[in-house]
Design a protein around this ligand. Structure first.
Ligand code: M6R
Length: 611
């Protein structure tokens, strides 16, 4: 959602800040702004719309200075206007604040401050922050650092923020509670951002702020402390991915690049985690809770969107391979359920970003109920990674396209590994383990084979992209893939699509079938094949066009399908991954033919940090 970048160094700040903002564009935003401090004071410029519009304004202005903060806003409180864009300032325009998150008690703080004579210019919750800081400085004579610390004690809600003051030149203060801030350590220069991709081009040395921590960045270095004023010492970590991992590398869109990266991301996710001879995976991240996990018989998976569909596939896999009872819950609904938390319950949060507010809220609720918390996240150092007792990093590299692709397939592979690991300790024979590990090793090559047929999938998209409605059908492991295929199509092409368990078709959706309502059927040659074929016959009888995702060499399906997308034969548990790749490409090409903005679909944000 919103993005934060900050620079303190010896180079002109404005170009670096703009470059950082551009790298955060994928998160989704509607306005942008920056404040740069030079010898002649601090200048602040904001604009509605794309970063290019901010840049155009900048080109007309002198903006010298080697310290600055910059922000992209995704509106929550107040419309998309320049006044509501960040930085927000105090009455005198001397304190500049950029903020991600939500100040929950901003209404009462605003009334209190207004009663003392503070004037507000925006409708944002953020604007109370510079006023609170100003009050602490003017009334109580605090330094900027102490004023920020004291102001933050009055605030309820979540924030990642940067503060610049004209009266305290040469420093930027950053603070965090619930919304990420990472500090980048360069040589004689320092960065801060809400996301490593904004600063990775300039340094690979980073330090993640923890909740209720702040830092003061100056040319001489940075000092970290808690909101209780205790010093914090933490060494920098090295970012493992190269800067060009967050570039398009010649692809027209990040989404296409990320789809095509999947053979590689699967290899990376599985690297060092398969022990073929013993038929058992190795997941070091679970070691801290291994004893508990061994007696755990109840697993609750919480997640949102595409990560939720990964959880749904995971349920079938866990139930197949382990003795665990698995429930999968939409994180946003978790708090409304009165789930049975037996002492042997573990809760697994699945998330690409590791910052999804609903998933975090569900985890915290589970913590209150005494569950063991596990995480499966892609972003190293993210909040979910830090708030769980143990977990598995996905290692798929940065995913920039708003539509999640490569992380989803890596999640499926790792859920299979996790279930196999537990299942081998419970009841699975070594022969089964060896067979599944072999299939996992072969998986990247099979995904590459699906990708080699991209032109066939593009041809299907060319033929079908003008339809306004689609039905996606699958059974068992492929039912969640029908949901995911429909979500991908909706997200990036704005075509209405419904995913259904194929057996449910005759309980309602069949009423929709006619020559204008295509069905995408997941019908590879696995156990559910015959039942799926019957469903397709029902669709054909009603003149519904059919696109079948089928196993290579399945000639029988030709009679029932108008278009066939083939996937290689594989272990049944891994078929969802192969089917997914074909549906990702189908959605991508449909969106392309419809002229949609594929990497930044309207209204969507990459990381959903509000509940
Ligand atoms: O970062 P997370 O995996 O927690 O995000 C969850 C959803 O917001 C995310 O999967 C969303 O549905 C994507 N846009 C799907 O493509």
């Amino acid at each position: 959602m919103c993005g934060i970048v900050c620079y303190v160094g010896k180079r002109p700040a404005a170009p670096l800040l703009l470059d950082g903002l551009k790298r955060l564009e994928y998160r989704g935003y509607d306005s942008a702004g920056l404040a740069v401090q030079g010898d002649k004071g601090t200048r602040c410029i904001k604009s509605v719309g794309k970063i290019e519009e901010l840049q155009a304004k900048l080109n007309n202005e002198e903006l010298p200075g080697q310290i600055g903060i910059a922000h992209t806003r995704w509106a929550t409180h107040g419309k998309v206007t320049e006044e509501n864009a960040h930085p927000q300032t105090d009455d005198n325009g001397r304190i500049f604040v950029i903020h991600n998150g939500i100040i929950e008690n901003y209404q009462s703080l605003k009334e209190e401050l207004a009663g003392e004579g503070h004037k507000f210019k925006s409708q944002t919750d953020t604007e109370v922050l510079p006023h609170l800081i100003e009050r602490e400085m003017s009334k109580n004579g605090n330094s900027l650092r102490d004023a920020v610390r004291k102001a933050l004690r009055k605030v309820d809600g979540t924030f990642g923020m940067c503060i610049l003051s004209s009266d305290h030149p040469g420093q930027v203060i950053v603070a965090r509670r619930g919304s990420p801030i990472v500090i980048g350590v360069g040589s004689d220069e320092y960065f801060a951002a809400s996301d490593v991709s904004a600063l990775r081009r300039y340094t690979d040395q980073v330090i993640y702020l923890e909740d209720n921590e702040m830092a003061v960045l100056t040319l001489e270095g940075f000092e970290m402390s808690t909101f209780q004023n205790e010093r914090v010492a933490r060494s920098a970590e090295t970012v493992e991915w190269e800067p060009d991992a967050a570039e398009k590398q010649g692809y027209p869109h990040f989404m296409l690049k990320e789809i095509f990266e999947q053979p590689e991301t699967l290899k990376n996710a599985l690297r060092g985690r398969l022990v073929p001879g013993e038929g058992v995976p190795k997941l070091g991240g679970l070691v801290p809770v291994w004893e508990k996990l061994m007696v755990c018989r109840h697993l609750i998976i919480v997640s949102c969107g595409t990560s939720y569909f990964a959880g749904l596939v995971g349920r079938y896999v866990f139930e197949e391979l382990t003795d665990m009872l698995v429930e999968v819950e939409l994180a946003s609904e978790f708090r409304y359920r009165s789930l049975n938390f037996r002492p042997d319950t573990a809760v697994l949060a699945i998330s690409q970003s590791g910052e999804t507010a609903d998933t975090l809220a569900a985890l915290r609720e589970a913590r209150r109920k005494g569950a063991t918390l596990l995480g499966m996240v892609n972003v190293v150092g993210s909040t979910i990674a830090r708030e769980t007792d143990a977990g598995i990093y996905i290692h798929a590299g940065p995913e920039i396209g708003v539509a999640s692709t490569k992380v989803f397939t890596a999640q499926l592979a790792l859920l299979t590994c996790m279930a196999l690991l537990i299942g081998r300790h419970q009841r699975l024979p070594v022969t089964y383990g060896i067979e599944l590990i072999k299939a996992l090793e072969d998986l990247p090559a099979k995904v590459a084979r699906v990708l080699r047929r991209a032109d066939r999938i593009e041809a299907a998209a060319q033929k079908f992209h003008k339809y306004d409605n689609f039905l996606f059908l699958g059974r068992r492991y492929l039912f969640p893939i029908a949901l995911e295929g429909a979500l991908k199509l909706k997200e990036i092409s704005y075509i209405h699509a419904e995913g259904y368990a194929a057996g449910e078709m005759k309980h309602g959706p069949i009423a929709l079938i006619d020559e204008n309502f295509p069905t995408v059927a997941l019908v590879p040659r696995i156990a559910s094949y015959d039942k799926m074929v019957s469903n397709l016959q029902e669709v054909k009888t009603r003149n519904g066009p059919v696109i079948a995702v089928a196993t290579e060499g399945d000639d029988a399906i030709h009679e029932l399908a108008d278009e066939i997308i083939t996937i290689p034969e594989s272990h049944e548990l891994l078929t969802p991954i192969l089917a997914t790749v074909s549906l990702q490409l189908f959605a991508y090409y449909c969106a392309g033919y419809r002229g949609c903005e594929i990497d930044k679909p309207r209204n969507l944000a990459k990381s959903v940090t509000v509940e």
